[in-house]
Every structure is written in structure tokens, then in C-alpha cells.
Design a protein around this ligand. Structure first.
Ligand code: GLA
Length: 644
């Protein structure tokens, strides 16, 4: 398409058919270019086993086409109809404590269910045969938010699939025993048949079993995608395929899923009440661009105002939706879509905002909808343009899963740790890519590895090679502690990177709240770079061959290294053994002299600057008017100006 995508989920099946004409007129007024159709239409498309009713959808597609609106056509497989579940209760997923979930909400199926796959496959083929060459169809929208509500399924059918997955991975049960370290707690298996998914158990389950079940479950969802995509590619090889991701979504390793879609798309719902929301949104946009290898992506869902699924649902203040939509475009999106076009009159989402609210056209939200459509039309020349970053943050689902397992030195949040580093780069208007630890890093001057706990041998060597080749690598605590079987990298952690950093880690010593008398987690003091207080983590670092840039002060860590650096050739390896409150100074020191180019030379509080194509996007996320780069930015306002 030579226009940006703009529109939303369109669910005309919730309305009498005469509303359809009005919808198209209002969509035209709003500058809608694409509608996502059919996401939850299975029960209407196939009201009884094998009886397909497409007439209503024919009308919808024809009407949209006549109105010049393209269609992102869903395969409608996200919610199996009640008749299917009644006839085949084996499609229902089972929780880790053995509860079989019921019909009556949505997405009630196991990704491993052969029955589900058979029925879904038949539906997808019928839809592809009927609409594959319909002139309105712009793309296929496979399923919807795979894994959204049912992250993992612990049914017997999943257990069997897990065993097959393990057999393919390990080849023999001896190899599995070795990888899982089953000598511990008498867990050794005599055959694959004895292996179970990590169902509810008396205490800590085997860590590698947990990790492999996370990997398996992510792959099971990928299999659901593949089964549909295979049919679509066979019937309509020319139509691009996507499935909507959910940003930093723990259950699915999006690196593997992204490799199989034609373009990445994402659903992102900011919490308007959270001051960190714009930064987290920016970070998510950067992840999406990175997942697609830098290709443009689509923001597939966001809300025009409040959602309905938080405890209290803040409305978006005027301007916020525009600023965050422009943010997505600035960070590489070729379109911004919303959930949904017309606000529902019934059902669990009737209190979720939409482009056309309950009250109708004469509303703030619809006026903002129209204005955004106009503005996006004026940015059409950006379609297809790419951005390039010189700074990367490693992001790794194995590390996420491992770091947040039970039985660790301290409960940590992987995404919160990543966000701290990202925020410092965002403030400096530096574009950030995310990268896998074993990815080609040669495009980057600086790579940050926050809590990248799991590093395979290949990843360790990759990072060592990055520094040897002149790169700046910054590792935070809990990086390189475990290999990809979750076995400890013995001898001071870090594996092949021990030489790169010139340190060994002797002992973890995170500050912790007293368990009997309670009280907050105490802060640590540090002297030197990033001096002041520090939180969350401390450890005993031993120097082999590195400079000490900061030390802990007081307590058992007194005088021990908190931040170290080892330079070699043109490269340098920084190690940060805690979370300094003044991370800004640390990041300044890392970036000093690095070949990186911020969109604006200096941070301005609450202002985000990004360059894409020939445009400079300046976004004011505060409720104050701000002057930046010679522009007056109204509160929650944005200016898009020719870049240079
Ligand atoms: C998800 C779903 C949509 C809708 C929205 C509500 O993104 O894909 O169908 O339920 O959440 O926020």
C-alpha cells in the first residue's frame, strides 16, 4: 500500500446490517485505509459443523472495497464456536493444576490439540479459497494474539507433544537427564514416557524442565501459526501474512515467530495513568522494528482512550493518542490501527473505547480520530522508509524465563531492568535496536546486555568478538551466569567473557528485606562513577585485569568493585554490578566519544525526538508546554517537521 494503514478491528457481526453503510461513510470521513475483519467470526461463519455461511462477509468486503477501504482479513480461528467444543471437549486447554478451562469467553483451545488444528485448518482453507483473490484483501491476519490468555497448556495431549519436542531436541533420555541435571533430587528419567509437563508439584520444579516447557509452549503457538500460514501460502502465495504480537509478551519468543511472518504487527495498550507509559511504548516500538529486522511494521491495535481490563481504566487525555500514534510511525510503523472501529453495545468489551464511541460522531474521540486520519495521510511518503540505530540492547526470552524462575538470589523483573537502560538512551534521543545475544552486532557502536542471564557458548563468543572488533559492551548484573541448559558457568560466571571483562564474580549479595522484622530493601552506597545510592543488586566482583570505576561503600561489599571497565584495542567491556540511581552518569561515560548520533543533541525532560526519513518527530509527553529544537510543543503535543 502506498498509504499508511489507519483503521481498526471491524466487527460488523455485532450490529444490524444497516449500520454497515454508515460505517463506511464514517470510515471515509476518518481517513480509514484498512479494516481488520473477522477476528472473532468463527461462530457466524460456521454456525454448525461444516456449514459455512459467507454471504454476510461477502457483503462486508464488497462494501469496504466499494468505499476504497482495504481489508486485513482474519482467519477467524481465535475462538472456536460452542458446538465445536461440545462435540470435542479435548480442544479445551488445561491449567497447571489440572483445571480444564471452559467455553464462554474466548481463545479456549489448546495449541497442541489435533482436533482444533483440523477444524481451524478447514476454516482457513474455506476463507482463503473464497476471499484469497477478493480485491479488498491487503493481508492475512492469522488467528489473533496467539497465546494471549492461554499461555501454556498442561493437558495430556500437550504432554505427548512436549515429549516429542524433547525427543527431537535431545535425541536420548540420557542427554535429557544430563541437560536437566536430574541427578539432583532423584529426578532421573528412564524413558521419555516418564517425563511430564511441569504441572503443579510440591516445591521447586526442575529449572531446565521449566525452561524447556516455556520453549516448547512458544513453539506450540508457532505451530498454530504455521499450520494456518501453510494453507494461506498454498492458496494465496501473493498475499502477505501477519499475526498480531503483544509487545514484551513473556510466553512467546517473538524472535522465532517474527522470522516466519511477512511483516510484524503489534498490539499495544498504554496505561494513560502511568508516567512511564510513553517510554515503555517507545521501547516496544523499537522491539517490533528489530524483530522484523528493521522492516516497517504495523501497530495493529491500540485504544483511542480507555480500555476495560485494568482495575481502573484511565481515559487518554486529549493529544496523547495522537502523540503515541506518531511515535509508532516515527519508530518505523507503516500504520496505526485501533481496537476497535465502533464501540460495542454488548459483551465484555462494551466499556472499551473505540474510534467511534457510544455517543457517536459528535465526540472528542471521533474528532481526534478524524484529525489523526488526516495527519497520517500527510505522512504517506514515509511508507517503506527504514531507520538505523547504532546502539543495541540485547533481548533474550531464555534469559527472561530463567531470570524470573523461582529459587534465585532475588526476585528480579527482566523487563524493568531493560527499561532502566532503555530510558537513559531514550532520554538522549538515541534510537535503540534490540538484538539476540548471538546476532550479528557489527552495525552497532554500543551494545548493552542487561541481565542477560543465559548465554550459550556461541553467544559468549559473539559478544567477546564484538569487543575485540572495537565495540563497547556494557553488561549489567546477572549477565552470563548460566549456559543455555541453565547450568552454571563455573569459575566466576561469564564463561568466555571472563577475559573480555577481566573479572570474576565470586558471590551474589543482593540487598534484601529482613524476613522476620520486615522493612524496605536497603539502598547500597557507591563511590565513583554513578556515585550515590544503588538498588536491587550487589555482588563480590574480583578483578583479574580491569579498571575499577566505582566501588561499593559500607557493609560487607565496602571497597569492592561496583563498576569496572576493561579496554582492549578500540573496544571496551563495562560491567555494572548494581543498579545505580544515577545510571545517567554511567551511560554518559559509556557513550563518551562513541560514534552515535542522537536525534537532538540534549535531553529535554518529557520530550522524545526521532528521525525517520526526512522528518523529525518531536513529541511532548508532559502536560506542560515545552520549547525544544526551536519548536513550541503544546502539552501532549507533537510536531513533525522536515528533518534537516
Ligand atoms: C486484544 C484483542 C482484542 C481486544 C483488545 C482489547 O488486543 O486482540 O480483540 O480484546 O485486546 O484491549
Amino acid at each position: 500500500m502506498d498509504r499508511l494503514w489507519y483503521g481498526g478491528d471491524y466487527n460488523p457481526e455485532q450490529w444490524p446490517s444497516e449500520v454497515g453503510e454508515e460505517d463506511v461513510h464514517l470510515m471515509q470521513r476518518a481517513g480509514v485505509t484498512v479494516a481488520t475483519v473477522g477476528v472473532f467470526s468463527w461462530a457466524k461463519l460456521e454456525p454448525a459443523d461444516g456449514r459455512f455461511e459467507f454471504g454476510w462477509l461477502d457483503d462486508v468486503l464488497d462494501r469496504l472495497h466499494a468505499g476504497g477501504i482495504r481489508v486485513d482479513l482474519a482467519t477467524a480461528t481465535a475462538s472456536p464456536p460452542p458446538w465445536l467444543v461440545l462435540a470435542h471437549p479435548d480442544v479445551l486447554p488445561v491449567t497447571e493444576d489440572g483445571v480444564r478451562l471452559s467455553v464462554g469467553s474466548r481463545q479456549h483451545y489448546s495449541p497442541s490439540s489435533a482436533t482444533y488444528r483440523r477444524y481451524a485448518g478447514r476454516l482457513v482453507r474455506a476463507i482463503a479459497d473464497r476471499y484469497g483473490s477478493h480485491p479488498a484483501v491487503e493481508a492475512w491476519h492469522v488467528n489473533n494474539e496467539l497465546g494471549c490468555h492461554v499461555h501454556r497448556d498442561y493437558s495430556d495431549e500437550s504432554a505427548a507433544a512436549f515429549r516429542r519436542w524433547l525427543e527431537a531436541r535431545y535425541g536420548s533420555v540420557d542427554a535429557l537427564n544430563e541437560a536437566w541435571g536430574t541427578a539432583f533430587w532423584a529426578q532421573a528419567y528412564g524413558s521419555f514416557e516418564e517425563v511430564m509437563p511441569p504441572r503443579t508439584a510440591p516445591t521447586f520444579r526442575n529449572p531446565t524442565q521449566l525452561l524447556d516447557f516455556d520453549r516448547f509452549s512458544s513453539d506450540a503457538w508457532l505451530e498454530v501459526y504455521r499450520a494456518e500460514a501453510r494453507i494461506l501460502r498454498e492458496v494465496t502465495p501473493g498475499v502477505p501474512i501477519t499475526t498480531n504480537f503483544m509487545g514484551f509478551f513473556k510466553p512467546i519468543d517473538y524472535w522465532s515467530h517474527a522470522a516466519e511472518v511477512d511483516f510484524v504487527s503489534d498490539d499495544h495498550y498504554v496505561d494513560p495513568a502511568d508516567p512511564a507509559a510513553p517510554v515503555f511504548a517507545a521501547m516496544t516500538r523499537d522491539l517490533m522494528r528489530s524483530l522484523g529486522g528493521g522492516r516497517p511494521w504495523i501497530l495493529m491495535e491500540q485504544s483511542t482512550s480507555a480500555v476495560n481490563w485494568r482495575r481502573r481504566n484511565a481515559a487518554k487525555p486529549p493529544g496523547m493518542h495522537r502523540a503515541l500514534s506518531l511515535q509508532a510511525v516515527a519508530r518505523g510503523a507503516d500504520g496505526v490501527m485501533q481496537f476497535q472501529w465502533r464501540q460495542s453495545a454488548a459483551g465484555a468489551e462494551k466499556f472499551h473505547s473505540a474510534m467511534l464511541p457510544h455517543v457517536g460522531e459528535d465526540s472528542r474521540v471521533f474528532r481526534e480520530t478524524v484529525a489523526l486520519g488526516e495527519e497520517l495521510a500527510s505522512l504517506a511518503d514515509l511508507v517503506g522508509t527504514r531507520l538505523s540505530a547504532r546502539v543495541a540492547i540485547l533481548f533474550d526470552w531464555d534469559s527472561w524465563w530463567a531470570l524470573e524462575q523461582p529459587a534465585t538470589p532475588a526476585e528480579l523483573s527482566y523487563v524493568a531492568i531493560v527499561l532502566r537502560w532503555y530510558t537513559e538512551l531514550w532520554r538522549r534521543h538515541l534510537l535503540v535496536d534490540f538484538a539476540k545475544p548471538d546476532a550479528d552486532l557489527s552495525a552497532y557502536a554500543v551494545v548493552v546486555a542487561p541481565a542477560t542471564q543465559v548465554l550459550s557458548t556461541a553467544a559468549q563468543e559473539n559478544l567477546a568478538g564484538f569487543v575485540a572488533g572495537g565495540g563497547r559492551l556494557v553488561a549489567g548484573y546477572q549477565t552470563g551466569v548460566l549456559d543455555d541448559r541453565l547450568h552454571v558457568l563455573l569459575g566466576g560466571y561469564l564463561g568466555a567473557l571472563r577475559e573480555t571483562f577481566g573479572i570474576r564474580i565470586e558471590e551474589f549479595a543482593p540487598p534484601a528485606e529482613p524476613s522476620l522484622s520486615g522493612g524496605p530493601v536497603p539502598a547500597l552506597a557507591i563511590h565513583g562513577l554513578g556515585g550515590g545510592t544503588a538498588r536491587e543488586w550487589g555482588e563480590i566482583v574480583r578483578i583479574d585485569d580491569a579498571e575499577v570505576l566505582a566501588t561499593f561503600a559500607g557493609g560487607m561489599l565496602d571497597g569492592l568493585p561496583a563498576i569496572t571497565r576493561r579496554r582492549s584495542g578500540g573496544g571496551s567491556a563495562w560491567y555494572v554490578a548494581t543498579a545505580p540511581d544515577d545510571l545517567a552518569s554511567v551511560v554518559d561515560a559509556v557513550l563518551d566519544g562513541a560514534e552515535v548520533e542522537p536525534a537532538l543533541p540534549h535531553p529535554v525532560d518529557g520530550v522524545e525526538a526521532v528521525r525517520r526519513g526526512n522528518r523529525l518527530f518531536l513529541l511532548n509527553h508532559t502536560d506542560q508546554e515545552i520549547q525544544a529544537a526551536g519548536h513550541r510543543l503544546p502539552s501532549r503535543g507533537a510536531v513533525v517537521s522536515p528533518g534537516d
